[in-house]
Design a protein around this ligand. Structure first.
Ligand code: IPD
Ligand code: CA
Ligand code: CA
Length: 265
């Protein structure tokens, strides 16, 4: 099976999911809560995941699925699809048109393809090995900024409001003191990563993300010439992780701010 077929299937699944999300957007909310009143899930999240998983399973019934809203039976396949059916649920619930669908495919633990679709702007980001990163069929690349003083960054806030939140707020202060142009909090980590890939942002970091938030976006950034690591400058695995992503040129400078702590402290 060629990777193109994987990409085609992902795009079909993402577009079907987009139809479902747009059908609910700014209309019916159907919100329930996971851990806290700001950790939400909607009927749209659930239905979107259902259509993505059934589209993939129809073509690749033996592959594994790692998706946000449900657990799926594990198989012996080396392939795992990593799915966020709605990245940016808080925006979605509040009628803010910034959210996405994220689908990645990993083989033996390495990502080989990523698709992120923004249904309200109709922007489709994708990458598969060797072909670079594309936005609506045009190649994109990261920026050339070499300093924080010529950079604009984005961040996100993990749902936990404890130490993670405090450290993120400290880092925001440190970035501003370093002379950064600005910091954005858009609300969809998958799109934040794609915005690094296509040169709208010079970097993005977030204290804690799950594989479905970042798998496709990390691959798209790397294929666009950028860099993604954890806070210790180590390659990100398919597991919950700190994420630092950049155009490559400001990566060490970002790590100096967010990652200059001893392991385990
Ligand atoms: C969230 C978004 C947000 C990020 C959170 C994620 P969800 O995903 O990506 O930008 O800051 O950490 O959990 O819950 O909307 O799929
Ligand atoms: Ca997410
Ligand atoms: Ca989600």
């Amino acid at each position: 099976m060629k990777t193109e077929n994987y990409l085609d299937t992902s795009i079909i699944a993402a577009r079907k999911a987009a139809e479902i999300l747009l059908g609910y957007f700014q209309k019916e909310k159907n919100v329930s809560f996971k851990s806290a009143h700001y950790d939400m899930v909607t009927k749209a999240d659930i239905e979107s995941e259902k259509i993505i998983v059934s589209t993939i399973k129809e073509k690749f019934p033996c592959h594994n699925i790692l998706a946000e809203e449900n657990n799926y039976e594990q198989t012996d396949s080396p392939y795992t699809w990593i799915i966020d059916p709605l990245d940016g649920t808080n925006n979605f619930v509040h009628g803010i048109p910034v959210f996405s669908i994220s689908i990645a495919l990993a083989k033996n633990g390495s990502i080989i393809m990523g698709v992120v679709y923004d249904p309200t702007r109709e922007e489709l980001f994708c990458a598969q090995h060797g072909d670079g990163a594309m936005l609506n069929n045009k190649l994109v690349r990261v920026t050339e900024a070499e300093d924080l003083s010529s950079s604009i960054l984005a961040t996100g806030f993990y749902y936990n409001r404890g130490k993670e939140m405090e450290e993120t707020l400290d880092n925001i202060k440190r970035f501003f003191l370093s002379g950064i142009i600005g910091i954005r909090r858009m609300g969809s980590a998958a799109l934040d990563l794609c915005n690094v890939a296509c040169g709208r942002l010079d970097g993005f970091w977030e204290y804690y993300l799950s594989p479905w938030d970042f798998a496709a976006g990390v691959y798209i950034v790397e294929q666009a010439g950028g860099k993604v690591t954890d806070q210790y400058n180590e390659k990100v695995k398919i597991a919950p992780s700190y994420i630092v992503s950049s155009n490559g040129k400001i990566h060490t400078k970002m790590l100096d701010i967010v990652g200059n702590k001893e392991r385990g402290t």
